[in-house]
Design a protein around this ligand. Structure first.
Ligand code: GDP
Length: 654
């Protein structure tokens, strides 16, 4: 039994399987099929599967602001990736504006640092449960994760979901207690709380014995104990090298590479990313592309790139165990395997089913085409098609008309992020209210709807308000725990339908202090009717500019959404009616010129209008309303088509 001993390959897998830090269970599931074959034929296995000493693949799990970007920047700087004359671009990981605003990572990004001849591929993980598909893909590429936790705040509920997935996939977790330099840092408490979190997520005893390292990304230092810090990040690098399992791969087998992400380059076209599972991928190689059970097609790899700090660098070839990108395959998709003749395709990536749908229409408001660059149904369709290429959990179906598309995603947030991105790119369109996607139970024929587990962290004084809100929405309480600092963690199982719009309601009820997290739980029988909105809307009676004079009388009817001076159109929703049912109001009325006798008009006292964000609008709208989205404005309007339909239905009833 002899290991294939190239310079880069250290130990045969037989030894690796015995070694406690590189147990077979820690390998990604899809490597297992290769392994199980190997175990059945020990001779062959020992000759082929081997550890790669020169590569580590890690993902970072961190709550926003716990210092991920700063730490990765420091790691890059210290591994001397920046040449003297190169501009040091900071904030490598966190580049999407929208992510910063919303405090979550949406797209996973790759980077790599080299430390003492070992290349560490670092992949960012999305923080929100709605991006479950993306999380799983990222975790499948790595052998370990760094769980980055603020030394004061401790682990936050937002990271629970990703950590749970990492533990379920049996990835090695290294705890990094970060910002250790902060005054009031309480590293011991953070470690204890993280331990409790592991236990509550069902971690095994072995997983609960996670290695801990203390760091300050800010100062670029790390250490094995809070009071024993080195003056650089070497202890952290060493921890990664020693604790994260080495990739165990067969570099001599025929090529297999599962495509886990796509990128686009103006000159090179589609770029496919993934981890090489077996063999080697080379420039100009003829390959097959396929998924299990279907005939494969042929293609040619034009270029192979690796990640080198935050840039892609051309290389001749990349061996199994490393992460790379390739150009030259314009039709390759996520979940497909790129392989050499004779290799089998790897199991494709399972992506969660969408739970919420929203319609995207061409803008039909009287102000259509005023503010957007891309307004036609063709523009919208092309943009959605492009999104489908890389947004795996998203689906688009044709709507009732050629101008309507039904966009299905993992929760309303998943879809509103797309809407916000499109708006910023210059698109203009109308969207309908989010609706949950129901299923039929194949046995009983009953209607099933998606449910989510909602975890709310809130000050004790607001418990009652939160419990009332969630219970009214057909939620079932699973747990209520009071923590030492007067905060409560409330856990509910709630229909996804009931959660649409609840975020705002909870924030209002708790004066903005609550943190709400939701995780898809499963499909269960329909929970019954939920009253979402009692109040009707105040609807503009005519097109024109809003005047203070008109607002002054309109505001007696409810809460206004508009300020004096803005243009409104007939049928636009300009406020919430204080009663049920809609009410037409004239907000553009001018005082008759002959009536101007005093300047009393200038002194009218107007209530502060409630200005709605995109999310607010999506949460607010009823079934017969639409949100008009343009690069400059977000308005709500009555859906004229629905009006007619409703009128027809009413007429038929008569
Ligand atoms: P991210 O959202 O996780 O990427 O976090 P950032 O790296 O953007 O950091 C968030 C904030 O924490 C910024 O204001 C940083 O300056 C600060 N910060 C980051 N690392 C440290 C650290 O090690 N110590 C202290 N005191 N502050 C830090």
């Amino acid at each position: 039994m002899q290991a294939i001993a190239t310079q880069r390959v250290a130990a045969p897998v037989a030894a690796a399987q015995r070694a406690p830090t590189a147990g077979s269970a820690r390998q990604p599931r899809r490597a297992m099929s290769v392994r199980s074959k190997a175990i059945a034929e020990p001779e062959a296995a020992a000759q082929q599967l081997a550890e790669r000493d020169d590569v580590r693949n890690i993902a970072i799990i961190a709550h926003v602001d716990h210092g991920k970007t700063t730490l990765v920047d420091a790691m890059l700087a210290q591994s001397k990736v920046f040449r003297e004359n190169e501009k040091v671009e900071t904030r490598v990981m966190d580049s999407n504006d929208l992510e910063r605003e919303r405090g979550i990572t949406i797209l996973s990004k790759n980077t790599a640092v080299t430390y003492k001849d070992t290349k560490i591929n670092i992949i960012d993980t999305p923080g929100h449960a709605d991006f479950g598909g993306e999380v799983e893909r990222v975790l499948n590429m790595v052998d370990g994760v760094l769980l980055l936790v603020d030394a004061i705040e401790g682990p936050m509920p937002q990271t629970r979901f990703v950590l749970k997935k990492a533990l379920a996939l049996d990835k090695k977790v290294v705890l990094v207690v970060n910002k250790i330099d902060r005054e009031g840092a309480r590293p011991d408490w953070v470690v204890d709380t993280t331990f409790d979190l592991f236990c509550s997520l069902g971690a095994t005893d072995e997983q609960c014995e996670f290695p801990v390292i203390y760091a300050s990304g800010f100062q670029g230092i790390a250490g094995a104990e809070p009071d024993d810090m080195a003056d650089n990040l070497e202890p952290l690098f060493d921890m990664v090298i020693n604790e994260v399992p080495k990739p165990v791969v067969d570099q001599t087998a025929p090529l297999q590479m599962l495509i886990t992400n796509l990128d686009y380059d103006e000159f090179k076209g589609r770029i496919a990313l993934g981890r090489v599972n077996a063999g080697t991928i080379k420039t100009a190689q003829q390959i097959k592309i396929g998924v299990p059970g279907e005939p494969a097609r042929s293609g040619k790899v034009n270029e192979v790139f690796i990640y080198n700090n935050f840039k892609r660098t051309d290389v001749e070839s990349v061996g199994a165990g490393d992460i790379c990108a390739i150009a030259g395959l314009p039709d390759v998709g996520i979940g497909e395997t790129i392989m050499a003749d004779g290799a089998e395709p790897l199991p494709t990536i399972e992506v969660e089913e969408p739970t919420v749908r929203m319609t995207f229409n061409v803008n039909t408001s009287p102000f259509a085409g005023r503010e957007g660059k891309f307004v036609t149904s063709r523009n919208i369709k092309e943009r959605l098609d492009r999104e489908l290429e890389r947004n795996l959990a998203l689906r688009v179906e044709p709507g009732d008309t050629a101008d309507t598309f039904v966009v299905c995603g993992r929760g309303a947030l998943h879809i509103t992020i797309l809407i916000e991105n499109m708006r910023r790119e210059g698109y203009e369109f109308c969207i309908g209210p989010p609706q949950v996607i129901t299923k039929t139970d194949p046995d009983s024929g009953a209607t099933l709807e998606p449910f989510e587990e909602a975890v709310v962290e809130v000050g004790e004084e607001y418990n009652g308000a939160v419990v009332e809100l969630l219970s009214n929405r057909k939620g079932e309480m699973l747990d209520l725990m009071t923590n030492d600092k007067g905060t409560t963690t409330i856990k509910y199982k709630v229909p996804t339908r009931g959660l649409l719009g609840v975020r705002n309601a909870i924030l209002t009820a708790t004066r903005g202090t609550a943190v709400l997290n939701t995780i898809f739980d499963g499909y269960y029988p329909y929970a019954g009717d939920i009253t979402m909105r009692d109040n009707g809307s105040l609807v503009a009676f005519e097109t024109g500019q809003v005047t203070s004079y008109a607002l002054f009388s309109a505001q007696e009817r409810g809460v206004m959404f508009v300020k004096p001076g803005v243009d409104v159109y007939e049928g636009q929703v300009v406020g919430i009616h204080q009663r049920q049912g809609d009410l037409k109001v004239n907000v553009a009325k001018r005082k008759a010129a002959t009536n101007v006798r005093s300047n009393k008009d200038a002194t009218v006292v107007l209530n502060e209008p409630k200005l709605l964000s995109l999310d607010d609008c999506v949460e607010y709208i009823a079934n017969d309303e639409l949100v008009e989205v343009t690069p400059e404005s977000v308005r709500i309007l009555k859906n004229a088509k629905m009006d007619k339909k409703a009128q027809k239905q009413a007429a038929m009833k008569k």
